[in-house]
Design a protein around this ligand. Structure first.
Ligand code: DLL
Length: 432
């Protein structure tokens, strides 16, 4: 279902005109209202008048997460602080958090793009949305909340955690839509199985999963276990939270809400633009944001763009599900690997659960990767020699697919710590 037909099906020509107008206004506001942006543009020798067309965006300097942190807490603000209605921040576990400050209009836009997100997976005013993303400074909880409210659906603002209660509420209130991280959805499925809940008997029919990478195989697992249709939704605190891009009912690539967020793909090494279909780092500009406008943010997320037409009728560019992060990339003895690639290989095998952890160590200047992965009870209780045979088989497949030597360790169900939010996949013990 298309929530906003006018804007989601704009002709490419009209869209470019709108983007140009919005970029010009954004750059003017950032230049005149924010010393940090003015300094950056002056240093790059660009003035707002140089932006004559959306394609001129490449003249503007990039902004990185480190720069955003340097100007914490209010340095990105381009309006009076009294006009800010709400703030959210990143978790800040690895340093100062990044701040997203929303004016009232920004909150309206957030509700709008989240309504598009939920509607594109078929959510209507008749749905009951169990929102198990964390409420608070994290953007997942309130983002989904605002979108569901805009659609007129019933919201169950349960937030993350307390899995038994999630199941009880799901059953008692007849939840039709689940929103949480993909890893948490599997945790819910697992706990439900223990409680002997038959998900096929519940009215649950769709789920909106994001905030962390997941694979096509993981989608299959979630859909089979929870008896719902699983949609990938993408976003980040720096830009607005969830609501930047989402899959439509075809579940094939994510439509970027391009009238508000302008995407580019660059070579992370050189910063040069890459054409459709080529993988690189996603860069996003917030075309309409007032509180903390963001010009050419380097997301560190790796994907590619596809301008081909989607059968759903939307005209926006689509992006592939996130393939990895430039900073999540493990370099194992010189070979670049992303956790998502390892996940693809592991989940091809029967009896393997989508629960794994990658442990990297360095001994005598050499890297060692151990892939710990859960298998079903039946497999784990098999004879030792059969377990070893499976481990060797997985090691072989990982080597064939990714050219890495990894030690695979099959572990029993539940051996890997579960998360109620984003899963922790990498334990890097190397001291570099
Ligand atoms: O995770 C916003 C969000 C909430 C998105 C709920 C979707 C659903 P941050 O905590 O700032 O914001 O983390 C942003 O998470 O740069 C990606 O690396 C990753 N990420 C978000 N969505 C996806 C996804 C929220 N669908 C960072 N697939 C981003 C893969 C994702 N990675």
């Amino acid at each position: 279902m298309i929530w906003n037909r006018e804007f989601e099906t704009l002709s490419r020509k009209r869209l470019a005109q709108l983007q140009t107008k919005r970029l010009q206004s954004l750059v003017r506001k950032a230049y005149n209202g924010n010393p940090f942006y003015r300094g950056k543009m002056d240093a790059a020798g660009v003035k707002p008048t140089h932006i004559k067309d959306i394609s001129d965006i490449v003249k503007l300097p990039f902004i990185t997460k480190a720069e955003m942190r340097d100007v914490y807490p209010y340095g990105l603000l381009s309006c009076d602080v009294n006009n800010i209605a709400e703030i959210h921040t990143s978790s800040g576990t690895t340093g100062k958090p990044v701040v997203d400050a929303y004016t009232k209009k920004d909150l309206e836009i957030w509700s709008e793009v989240m309504a598009r997100t939920l509607a594109s997976g078929g959510t209507t005013a008749k749905d009951r949305v169990q929102n198990a993303y964390g409420y608070g400074l994290f953007t997942g909880g309130l983002g989904v909340h605002y979108g569901a409210r805009k659609i007129g659906a019933m919201v169950i603002p349960i937030s993350g955690g307390n899995t038994k209660r999630q199941l009880q509420i799901m059953h008692d209130f007849g939840t039709t839509v689940l929103a949480c991280t993909p890893s948490y959805s599997l945790y819910i499925a697992e706990a439900g199985k223990e409680e002997k809940i038959d998900f096929s008997k519940l009215p649950l029919r769709s789920g909106f999963f994001g905030a962390e990478p997941w694979s096509e195989n993981m989608r299959k697992e979630i859909e089979e276990k929870l008896h719902l249709k699983a949609f990938d939704i993408y976003g980040l605190t720096e830009i607005i939270g969830p609501g930047v891009a989402a899959e439509c009912e075809r579940q094939d690539l994510l439509h970027v809400y391009e009238d508000h967020f302008f995407p580019e793909i660059i070579d992370p090494g050189t910063g040069e633009a890459l054409p459709d279909g080529e993988k690189g780092e996603l860069v996003i500009t917030t075309l309409s944001k007032e509180g903390t406008p963001v010009v050419r943010y380097r997301t560190r997320d790796i994907t590619y763009l596809d301008h081909s037409k989607c059968g759903c009728g939307r005209t926006s560019v689509r992006m592939h599900r996130i393939l990895g992060r430039t900073d999540d990339m493990l370099i194992i003895r010189g070979v670049n690997v992303f956790p998502s690639q390892i996940e693809e290989v592991l989940l091809r095998m029967e009896g393997v659960e989508p629960q794994y952890q990658l442990v990297v160590e360095r001994r005598d200047n050499l890297d060692y990767l151990e892939v710990q992965v859960e298998v079903s009870d039946a497999i784990f209780s098999d004879e030792i020699k059969n377990l070893e045979r499976r481990e060797k088989q997985m090691e072989k497949e990982l080597h064939e697919a990714l050219l890495i030597h990894a030690k695979v360790k099959l572990v029993e169900p539940k051996a890997i710590a579960r998360s109620e939010g984003k899963a922790k996949r990498i334990i890097d013990k190397r001291v570099l």
